[in-house]
Write a protein that binds this ligand. Structure first.
Ligand SMILES: NC(=O)c1ccc[n+]([C@@H]2O[C@H](COP(=O)([O-])OP(=O)(O)OC[C@H]3O[C@@H](n4cnc5c(N)ncnc54)[C@H](OP(=O)(O)O)[C@@H]3O)[C@@H](O)[C@H]2O)c1
Length: 299
């Protein structure tokens, strides 16, 4: 039996992990940590309402529960909010990871942590796990700092880097590209989408599967996890329209420069997925295939 704590269990990846792991209750004892009440709509796991930035309480709770594995999905993910509130961003995205390392070393727990393509500057794309990071935003920098304290630590850790995660869970605190494009096109509202940024979108259920594999295999090190398709965000929106049979003439291309966003975004990301395929035996699908599965599962 693996006892696993999922931080951020109310979130997109958190709830996707609950759905996956709670199918095997004979194998996993699942504990969810999130802020406020349990919003997953599930009662078949232990839920702890906790602000994980409360360092003493967080450490105390983890030590008391003594898990074999902790999957850290909680993060400040709004890139512009991180640029504005750097201290809050550091507290959740970096300091919590430092606390996790301290407690994990006391109980010999495996820590699985989520990172991002935003640690790169987006000049090259198709990044390997060993590529040189150069974040353009504070969010990217905070995630890079969290990676660095993990890689310097002596605990068993896995870092899963991912890109533009989408999916649907109960009572979501934020939307994502797929849900937003679908909703706007259903309302027949014109949307402007950048055609000069390139990403490989990641289905949350697939990312949850990669976390589960990493936990089962006790894999250590850094792994890339995304779909196998790099598209412009404009092309991503067009494929969403195709799969959901919506009118794509409402999607208008614009350039990043016209957006005036607070934080800079990398132009082209996407990952080299060979290490993940080989060592995790995780085989990413195309964006269109994942989107089709997403549609059949949730819509
Ligand atoms: N989403 C993406 O496109 C993307 C891309 C690359 C990497 N990632 C990484 O993937 C991971 C998962 O992302 P996600 O999209 O699943 O995030 P998410 O939906 O925002 O989920 C994070 C969860 O953590 C909870 N949380 C926030 N602060 C907390 C605190 N102080 N104490 C306890 N819980 C707290 C949030 O609570 P509330 O729901 O109450 O706010 C939320 O439920 C993150 O590490 C992120 O950096 C995401």
């Amino acid at each position: 039996m693996i006892k696993v704590i999922i931080t951020g269990s109310n979130g997109l990846l958190g709830q996707s992990l609950l759905s996956l792991l709670l199918k095997e209750t004979e194998k996993y004892q699942v504990i969810g940590f999130s802020k406020g009440k349990n919003r997953s709509g599930r009662v078949d796991f232990k839920y702890v309402a906790i602000d994980i930035t409360n360092e003493n309480l967080f450490k105390e709770k983890v030590l008391e529960l003594h898990p074999n594995c902790i999957i850290n999905t909680a993060a400040m993910t709004n890139v512009d909010a991180c640029e504005k509130n750097k201290s809050d961003c550091d507290t959740l995205n970096v300091d919590v990871v430092a606390s996790l390392i301290q407690v994990a070393s006391q109980i010999n727990a495996h820590v699985i942590h989520l990172s991002t393509d935003f640690i790169f500057d987006g000049k090259k794309g198709n990044y390997k796990e060993t590529a040189l990071p150069n974040p353009l935003s504070y969010y990217g920098l905070s995630k890079l700092k969290s990676e660095e304290i993990l890689t310097k630590s002596k605990i068993n850790y896995t870092i899963l880097r991912t890109i533009l995660v989408y999916g649907k869970v109960v009572d979501m605190s934020k939307s994502n590209l797929v849900l937003w494009v679908k909703e706007m096109l259903e309302k027949k509202q014109e949307i402007t989408i950048v055609d000069d940024q390139f990403r490989a979108p990641t289905y949350a259920a697939e990312l949850a599967l990669a976390c589960k594999i990493a936990m089962d295999k006790k894999a250590t090190g850094i792994f890339n996890v995304s779909s196998n398709t790099v598209l412009s965000i404009y092309e991503i929106a067009q494929q969403i329209a195709d799969v959901f049979s919506l009118d794509k003439t409402y999607i208008k291309p614009i350039s990043t420069a016209t957006l005036n966003q607070l934080a800079s975004r990398p132009k082209r990301t996407g990952f080299d997925l060979s290490k993940t395929k080989k060592q995790l035996d995780f085989h990413p699908k195309s964006f269109r295939e994942d989107l089709q599965i997403f549609k059949e599962t949730f819509m």
